[in-house]
Design a protein around this ligand. Structure first.
Ligand code: ATP
Ligand code: MG
Length: 465
C-alpha cells in the first residue's frame, strides 16, 4: 500500500527512492535543546508526556543546522488537532480545510500540525486541477508520509528536543552540508502539484546561499508558465516573502536567471526588463535587505511604491506630453499603474493609499519656498516620502543637493530654517490691458499638487503599513 503511495506521490523519475530513515544523534547534527524556543520546547514536551510523537520541523531545523536563528518554530505531531487542543491549554484550532493548532505562550505562537498524508495523484481528478496542481491536501498520515509531502529534503527534517535527535528520511542533512536544494520526489511532478515550489526554490537558494540541484532546476524553465494558474493572493504572499527575505536582490537575480519573472508577475517584467528603472529598484531593494539585516521594520507599501515608480513616471511623462499639467498627469498615471497591477499580482487595495501618498508627495519636495516646506514636514507620511525622495536622488533622478537640503531642513532651528528657504522667482508682470491673467501654470500646479496629496491622506479608507 505504502509502496503504491510513494509511486503516486513521488512519480517514477530516477530521483525517486523509497525513504530510508536515518536518526542522527547530537554528535552529528550539533543542535542543542537550548536552541529551541521555550514555547516549542513546552509544546513538544507536553505532547510527548501525553503519549504522542512531537517534533520541531521544517525551516527551524534547517536554519539551526546551518547555524542561523530560526524565524519561528513549527511542530509536527501524530496527535489530531482536537487532541493537541486538549493537551495544550492555551491553544486554538485554526483553519477549516486542514486544521492546525496555534499554541500560545507569552508573545510567541507555535504552529502545531498533525502529520499529513498526501493524496497526490493526478489520476485522482478531484485532488488536482487539469494541470496536476493539488487542490486537496488534507488527510492525516504517518510521519513518513508527512516527510514525503514536503518540498525539499532540507525542509523535511524532524528534531526531537527531548532526545536531541534529528530524524531524516531523504538525507537532508547531507544536502545541508553540500549546500544543495534537492526536491523530494520527481521535480516536474512536484512543481505541477504546486507551481509555487519553483519560487520557493529560488527564494531558499538565494536566502541560504544553496544551489538548486540539477534535477530540480531543469524543469523550471519549461514549467514556469504554470505559475499563472496559481491564485493571485497566494502569488502575492510568496512575492512578499521573496522581497522580505533579506536577500531580495539575489532573489530577483535568480528569478530572472531561471526565467521565472516573465508573464506571471507583471511587476517584475517591468522592473527587471527596464534598465532605466533598474538602478532605482536595485537601490530600493538593497536598502530593504540592509534594513532587514539590521532588524528594522519594512513597509510593504513603501516597497511596492518603489517597484512601480518607474512605471508611474513613464505614464506621467506620456500624459504630460499630450498637454496635461504635471499634477493631474501624475495622478492619472498612478491610477493606471495600480489598476494594471490588480489583475495578476493582486497587490491588495489596502496598500494603494500609502503608495499614492508617497508618490503624490514627491513633487512637493521640489517646493522649497514660503510655507510649503513646513507643511510638508508636518505630513504624517513625511518620513516615508522623504526616504523615497532620497532613493530617487541616489539613483540620479533628482538632484542630491535637494535631498541634502531636506535632510538639513528637518534638523535645523527655526531661524536657520527661515534662512534656508528658497526665494521664489516672482513671475515678471507685464503690463496688459484687459482682465487679470491667471497665475502661471507652474505655481498653480504646485498648489494643486499640495491640495490633492493632502486629500489622499485625509480621505477615508484603509491606511495600511
Ligand atoms: P521560512 O524560513 O521561509 O519560513 P520554511 O521552510 O519554514 O521557510 P514555510 O513556508 O514556513 O517554510 O513552511 C514550513 C514547512 O512546510 C517547509 O519547511 C516545508 O517542509 C513545508 N512546506 C511549505 N510549503 C510547502 C509546499 N508548497 N510544498 C511542500 N512543502 C511545503
Ligand atoms: Mg517557516
Amino acid at each position: 500500500m505504502i509502496a503504491e503511495l510513494f509511486r503516486k506521490v513521488l512519480g517514477r523519475g530516477r530521483n525517486v527512492t523509497k525513504p530510508k530513515r536515518i536518526i542522527h544523534s547530537v554528535k552529528s547534527h550539533h543542535i542543542r535543546r537550548e536552541d529551541i524556543s521555550s514555547c516549542a520546547l513546552r509544546v513538544t514536551e507536553s505532547l510527548q508526556k501525553a503519549g504522542f510523537e512531537a517534533f520541531v520541523v521544517g525551516g527551524a531545523v534547517r536554519d539551526l543546522l546551518i547555524g542561523r536563528a530560526p524565524k519561528d518554530f513549527d511542530v509536527a505531531t501524530n496527535a489530531t488537532p482536537d487532541q493537541v487542543k486538549k493537551v495544550i491549554r492555551r491553544s486554538r484550532i485554526i483553519g477549516r480545510r486542514f486544521q492546525i493548532v496555534h499554541a500560545l505562550c507569552n508573545d510567541e505562537v507555535v504552529e502545531v500540525s498533525t502529520f499529513r498524508a498526501l493524496q497526490a495523484a493526478p489520476e485522482d481528478d478531484q485532488a488536482a486541477d487539469e494541470h496536476g496542481r493539488l487542490i486537496r491536501d488534507n488527510v492525516f498520515g504517518s510521519q513518513e508520509e508527512d516527510a514525503l509531502r514536503r518540498d525539499f529534503t532540507v525542509n523535511a527534517l524532524f528534531y526531537d528536543p527531548n532526545k536531541e535527535e534529528v530524524w531524516d528520511y531523504f538525507d537532508g542533512l547531507g544536502d545541508i552540508r553540500a549546500k544543495r536544494l534537492r526536491m523530494i520526489g520527481e521535480p516536474a511532478q512536484r512543481y505541477r502539484e504546486d507551481p509555487v515550489r519553483m519560487l520557493r526554490a529560488v527564494r531558499f537558494a538565494a536566502k541560504l546561499g544553496f544551489t538548486i540541484d540539477k534535477a530540480a532546476r531543469k524543469p523550471i524553465l519549461e514549467l514556469a508558465d504554470l505559475l499563472s494558474n496559481v491564485p493571485s493572493a497566494r502569488l502575492f504572499d510568496e512575492m512578499l516573502k521573496l522581497l522580505l527575505s533579506g536577500h531580495s536582490v539575489e532573489c530577483l537575480r535568480q528569478l530572472r536567471a531561471e526565467g521565472l519573472h516573465h508573464g506571471l508577475l507583471p511587476l517584475l517584467d517591468v522592473v527587471l526588463d527596464e534598465p532605466d528603472g533598474a538602478r532605482f529598484v536595485e537601490l530600493a531593494l538593497t536598502n530593504t535587505d540592509r534594513r532587514i539585516a539590521e532588524d528594522k521594520p519594512i513597509s510593504p507599501g513603501f516597497l511596492f511604491a518603489t517597484l512601480l515608480w518607474h512605471q508611474v513616471r513613464l505614464g506621467a511623462a506620456r500624459i504630460e506630453s499630450k498637454g496635461e499639467l504635471p499634477t493631474p498627469a501624475l495622478y492619472q498615471a498612478m491610477d493606471e499603474v495600480l489598476d494594471a497591477q490588480k489583475e495578476k499580482l493582486a497587490i491588495p487595495r489596502r496598500f494603494d493609499a500609502v503608495m499614492k501618498e508617497i508618490w503624490s508627495m514627491q513633487p512637493r519636495f521640489l517646493q522649497r519656498a514660503g510655507q510649503r516646506p513646513y507643511r510638508l514636514l508636518e505630513h504624517p507620511r513625511f518620513r516615508a516620502a522623504f526616504d523615497f525622495f532620497v532613493l530617487r536622488a541616489a539613483s540620479g533622478e533628482v538632484e542630491e543637493d535637494i535631498a541634502r537640503w531636506w535632510e538639513d531642513f528637518q534638523i535645523a532651528e527655526d531661524t536657520e530654517r527661515e534662512l534656508m528657504l528658497v526665494v521664489e522667482d516672482k513671475p515678471k508682470r507685464k503690463r496688459r490691458r484687459g482682465p487679470r491673467r491667471k497665475k502661471p501654470a507652474s505655481t498653480d500646479d504646485a498648489a494643486y499638487s499640495e491640495k490633492l496629496s493632502s486629500e489622499i491622506t485625509h480621505r477615508k479608507g484603509d491606511h495600511d503599513e
